[in-house]
Structures are given as C-alpha cells and as structure tokens.
Design a protein around this ligand. Sequence first.
Ligand code: FAD
Length: 314
Amino acid sequence: MKVIEHLDKATDPLFSYEIVPPPRGRTVQDIIDIVKELVPYNPPWIDVTAHAAGAFYNEKSDGTIERKIYKKRPGTMGICGIIQNRFKIDTVAHILSLGFTKEETEDALIELNYLGVHNVLALRGDGPNYNKKIDTGRSCNHYASDLVEQLADARNGKFINEISGARPLDFGIGVAGYPEKHFEAPNMKSDMFYTKKKIDAGADYITTQMFFDNKVFFDYVKLCREEGINVPIIPGLKIIKNVKQLQTLPRHFYIDFPDELVDEITENPDHVVEIGIKHAMKQAEGLLEFGVPGVHFYIMNDTESVLEVVKKFR
Ligand code: FAD
C-alpha cells in the first residue's frame, strides 16, 4: 500500500521509521533484528535510506595515495525487498538523483516494482565527492524535482526510451522538506518555491528533516499551506542519545536545538538518554495535538529510545 493510502485509512496516529543499510562488510541480519523489534508496534511503513558511491583515500606504505570509489552502504533495494516480502511491511525506498543516471534510476524502479515495493522518497542527495563519468547516451537528473518528473512519467507508463504498450510503474512519491530551510537555499522563500516544484511535478507527500522545536514545524506547515502546498507533511523526529550530538546533528543536518534542551543536557550529561526520550515524547504529543498524520522516527538503527517513546502512545 502507498504511504498516502496508509494516511487516508488511518484511524490512529501512525508511527513510521527510517533505517540505514549496514556498512559494506556487515550482515543484513543487523537490519532483520531491528525490523523484528519494530514488528510488535505495527509500523505502517519503513523507509530505507540510499547512499551514493563516494571517493575514499588510503595512504599506502610507499607514501602514495590510493583512491577508491565505492558505496559504503549498499543494499537499499534488497533490504526493501526483505522487509516488504518477509515481514509484509510496506517500505519506502529512498532514491537519489546525484550519483545515478536516469537509466540507473529506471532500472532501480523496475527492480523495486518486481520486489513489490510501491513507495519511493525522491531526493537529490548531497552529491558524491567525485565526478561520476557519464557515458554517452546516458543522462542525469539534477534536483529532486527532476527525479520526481521521471517518477511521474514512469507512473504514466512513460519510460526514458519510448516502449509501446509499456506497463506503468506505479509508485507513491514522497519528497524531503526542511522546516529550518535547506542549507543551500538562500532563503526560505526560495526553498519553498522549489519544494512546491516537487509537489507540482507529482509528489504525494513531504517528510521533513529532523527538528527539535515544534514551533519550527508549525510555522513550516503554515508557510507550505500559504504557498499552496497542500499534501500531507509528516514530521521527522530524531531522539538525542549522547552529548556529542549537540554538535554533530547541527553540523550534519543544519538544525538548531532549543535553549532549554541544550541547558538541560549540559547540566545533566549523565542523563542525556532520559532527557532525549522525555523531549521526544513532548514533541510527539505536541505534534499529535496539532493534528499531524503521523510521526516519522529517524532510528538510525537504534530502536531503544524510539520504542520507549512509541510505547507511550499505544
Ligand atoms: P532538492 O529538493 O533538489 O533541493 C536541494 C537544494 O536545491 C535546496 O536548497 C533547494 O532549494 C534547491 N533547489 C531545488 N531545485 C532547484 C532548482 N531547480 N534550481 C535551483 N535550486 C534548486 N540523503 C541521502 O543521501 N540519502 C538518503 O536516503 C536521504 N534521506 C533523506 C530523508 C529525508 C526525509 C530528508 C529530509 C533528507 C534526506 N537526505 C538523504 C538528505 C538530502 O539528500 C539532502 O538534504 C540534500 O542536500 C537535498 O536533497 P533534496 O531532495 O531536498 O534536494
């Protein structure tokens, strides 16, 4: 079932989750164990993140530098297939425009369709740290809106090269939204303009970047509605688990922490886990009161704190 169908049919608030494929060299059992922990909480869907290949450098014994290009976390489609077919839980496969050609994207959509996966989150990605060579005869999407256009075409049975009588690849399409603005956008107005472009291209819903102050989400929803963005907006929550995240999360995700949360953690660093859970419970409560269709948890493969929060609402 598609995400928007889940949202339409829901009688209780929905709690969905986002997991990350294991690093190359680990086993898929890591993910299976996480999904088993989530199963008792009836996840309506689970997102699986995608990762473009990057360049990695290694200094050899003779002092020369070796450059290797590979995906650190492959396996998005395989993991979606396992969750979808073994656990019968709907999955949302993240797909990226940067680092992939349109032809690779089309192949991925065909594969996901064969696996019974009916949802994708269309993202630009942050760009690989090397220039992928694009062979003649291949083409690329740049922004997420370009990717949504390709997806919307596939949904109408339109492939890159015309195929007569082609069956449509029918996917629910989600896109990312940034209550605290995407870091590259010069201002919120510009970010909103391009977010609307993704919706106009055919996206069905928005999942937001993590935020720690509900007010930024409420303001964001208001702004989206004023700009004519009327699709469901699903808030993304992350639960802080250690003191270091006070620096790393703003650095990686361009988000801000509310003063009270920073003060409380700084004054009681040994209690950061409990403080994080308490804060997330309060955020989830406020969001549900506001009338969000569901809450999406970035579990980053650590279920403990998330399930503590979810239990409260069961
Ligand atoms: P876009 O919507 O393309 O926007 C990127 C920037 O370009 C914005 O500043 C926008 O305002 C601007 N822009 C858009 N279109 C245009 C245009 N036509 N002309 C000029 N400017 C334009 N990353 C991963 O690598 N893997 C994941 O699995 C992943 N999952 C994510 C899930 C969620 C819910 C979120 C919020 C983010 C996720 N990301 C993931 C991170 C995401 O890839 C980065 O934030 C990336 O920098 C932007 O992606 P986007 O899809 O929002 O890009």
